[in-house]
Design a protein around this ligand. Structure first.
Ligand SMILES: Nc1ncnc2c1ncn2[C@@H]1O[C@H](COP(=O)(O)OP(=O)(O)O)[C@@H](O)[C@H]1O
Ligand SMILES: [Mg+2]
Length: 261
């Protein structure tokens, strides 16, 4: 019963709702190498969208086009209804304050405590001055990732999984409306991977973020995804819910889902 309800809500999310990210006919090459041929993608408000694809397919390139770090060769990339390549520096900066980016090698500053690591984006990016407000936000972000007492620790005192959590807290501390997770569980052991996947789900529920999660980790996809797209040769070849794609006849789709059945 619970599961059925869940399904209806997910379907409603895809049908209605605001398009927070809308990519149309996106193309990107590097020299002779065509990486993105024709990408079309919509991410709805408050949705967790998972992108699956083999290594080197252009998943990270797509994300860099969304945050304006790479300029597309053709097509349209809209975030909050605005064409990203057309934004000026000030507008781009403002957009980036609304986007949290957790990438694979996301490192903490080793010489700073956890609290100082979290303070950094608040004072440097948001330019906050009110220490009470700053402390409150840090406390909330640490609670949000399940490490309320880690503030005075140094990064070197933390396990890999805890560092990943703090990396996520540092991103959440500015209350981003969009979260981009690039291979969030790569390099983590299975138990920690599952914890991080559960955390991504909790972040969606708590902060109502709109997220793209790039992963190879099928358990992460199963835990976090409202909707999944699969990428091959610069285009998206299939999309649907985890359960729908599990039943697919497409060979590439099957290769991703074969171990999950
Ligand atoms: N800034 C860049 N300059 C040149 N080639 C790049 C650049 N960024 C990515 N590429 C190439 O684009 C392809 C896709 O990269 P990427 O998006 O990182 O793949 P993945 O799907 O594994 O994230 C790769 O062949 C990579 O070498
Ligand atoms: Mg990548």
């Amino acid at each position: 019963m619970e599961k059925e309800k869940d399904h209806i809500e997910k379907d409603d999310l895809r049908r209605g709702g605001e398009n927070v990210i809308e990519i149309t006919d996106l193309q990107k090459s590097f020299g002779e190498k065509k990486v993105l041929t024709d990408i079309n993608l919509v991410v709805k408000k408050s949705e967790n969208l998972v992108v699956l694809g083999r290594s080197g397919e252009g998943k990270s390139v797509t994300i860099q086009c969304i945050v304006g770090l790479l300029v597309p060769d053709g097509g349209s990339v809209k975030v909050f209804g605005k064409e990203v390549p057309e934004l000026n520096d000030r507008e781009l900066k403002e957009l980036r304050t609304k986007i949290g980016f957790l990438f694979q090698g996301a490192a903490l500053y080793d010489s700073m405590t956890v609290k100082e690591n979290l303070e950094f984006p608040l004072t440097r990016v948001l330019k906050l001055k009110d220490q009470t407000d700053i402390d409150k936000r840090i406390k909330e972000a640490l609670e949000g990732v399940g490490l309320p007492d880690a503030g005075d620790k140094m990064p070197s005192d933390l396990s890999g999984g805890m560092r990943k959590r703090i990396g996520l807290a540092r991103t959440l501390v500015v209350n981003p409306e969009i979260m981009l997770y690039d291979e969030p569980t790569t390099g983590l052991d299975p138990i920690t991977s599952r914890e991080i996947s559960e955390l991504i789900l909790q972040v969606q529920k708590k902060y109502k973020t709109t997220s793209i999660i790039i992963t190879h980790d099928m358990e992460c996809a199963k835990i976090t995804a409202d909707h999944i797209v699969i990428m091959e040769d610069g285009v998206y070849i299939a999309e649907g819910s985890f359960e729908e794609l599990q039943k697919s006849d497409n060979e590439l789709v099957k290769s991703f889902f074969s171990d999950t059945l």
